[in-house]
Design a protein around this ligand. Structure first.
Ligand SMILES: Cc1cc2nc3c(=O)[nH]c(=O)nc-3n(C[C@H](O)[C@H](O)[C@H](O)COP(=O)(O)O)c2cc1C
Length: 221
C-alpha cells in the first residue's frame, strides 16, 4: 500500500492540519509499518501556477512535445505519478477564505490533466469528462479558525472547502463513499471549544487510520 500525504499549510510546527496528518500517519505506520508514505509539501514548496505554455503542452500529443513542453509539464508528471501510485491520499489543509488555500488548488490544477487523470469525449453531450484513475481513498484533514461548516451548521452556506475537494476527488479516482473528512474547528477562539475540537479530531484521525488499515487488509486478503 502507498499513502500519499499532501500538506498544504504554510505553517510548520504551529500547523494544526499538519498535526492531524502526523496523528493519522503515526497510527497508520504502527499498523502497517511496511507501507510507503510519500509526502508532497505544497504548503512550503508551492506547485507552479498554470500558464498558456502548460495548457498548450497538455494538449500536444506526448510524442510531439518539444523539450520545453516536457519541462513545463515536469511538476505535473511527477505529481501525477505519485498520485497514480497512491492507494490512500491524505490531504491536510487549512481553510483559507472559506475554501482551500491557493497552493492546494495549484496542486489540483497540476494533477487533474487531460489524458493523464481524465479522458475528454466531446461526443458525450452531458458528462464529457471521465476519470482515468479509480479505487483510491481520500482522507481530508482540515483546520479552521471558525466553526459549524457542516450540514445544518451556522456556516453551512460558507463551506467551500469540503465540497470543492469532494468534486475534484472524482478526478483523483476517489468514489464519493471513499472520501472522509476530519476537521479541527475554533482555532481562532483558542478556548475550550477549540481544545475539545482538537482532541476529538485527533482521536477521529487515529480511529480513521485504524479503520482504513483494516479495510485495506481485508481488500488484499
Ligand atoms: C489567510 C488566512 C485565511 C483564513 N481564512 C479562514 C476562513 O475563511 N475561515 C476560517 O474558519 N478560518 C480561516 N482562517 C484560520 C485558519 O483556517 C486556521 O488558522 C487554521 O488552523 C490554519 O491551518 P493550520 O493550523 O494547519 O495552519 C484563516 C487563516 C489565515 C491565515
Amino acid at each position: 500500500m502507498n499513502v500519499l500525504v499532501i500538506n498544504a499549510s504554510p505553517r510548520r510546527e504551529r500547523s494544526l492540519s499538519r498535526q492531524l496528518a502526523h496523528a493519522f500517519v503515526a497510527r497508520w505506520q504502527s499498523l502497517r509499518p511496511s507501507d510507503a508514505i510519500v509526502e508532497r509539501d505544497v504548503g512550503i514548496e508551492h506547485p507552479p501556477l498554470l500558464t498558456e505554455a502548460w495548457i498548450a503542452a497538455c494538449f500536444t500529443a506526448e510524442d510531439q512535445r518539444t523539450p520545453d513542453q516536457r519541462a513545463v509539464l515536469a511538476y505535473s508528471d511527477a505529481a501525477i505519478d505519485e498520485l497514480a501510485q497512491a492507494d490512500i491520499v491524505v490531504i491536510a489543509t487549512p481553510r483559507y477564505n472559506y475554501g482551500m488555500p491557493a497552493a492546494l488548488k495549484a496542486w489540483f490544477d497540476q494533477v487533474i490533466r487531460i489524458n493523464r487523470t481524465f479522458h475528454f469525449d466531446r461526443t458525450e453531450k452531458t458528462w464529457p469528462l471521465s476519470p482515468l484513475l479509480s479505487g483510491k481513498k481520500l482522507v481530508l484533514l482540515s483546520a479552521s479558525g471558525e466553526f459549524a461548516f457542516q450540514a445544518g451548521g451556522l456556516r453551512e452556506a460558507w463551506e467551500h472547502l469540503e465540497p470543492h475537494v469532494r468534486t475534484c476527488a472524482h478526478y483523483l479516482g476517489v468514489a464519493a463513499h471513499d472520501m472522509h473528512h476530519v476537521a479541527i474547528e475554533y482555532q481562532e477562539f483558542g478556548d475550550q471549544r477549540h481544545r475539545d475540537s482538537l482532541q476529538a479530531a485527533t482521536d477521529a484521525a487515529k480511529a480513521l487510520a485504524s479503520e482504513l488499515a483494516v479495510d485495506v487488509a481485508h481488500a488484499h486478503a
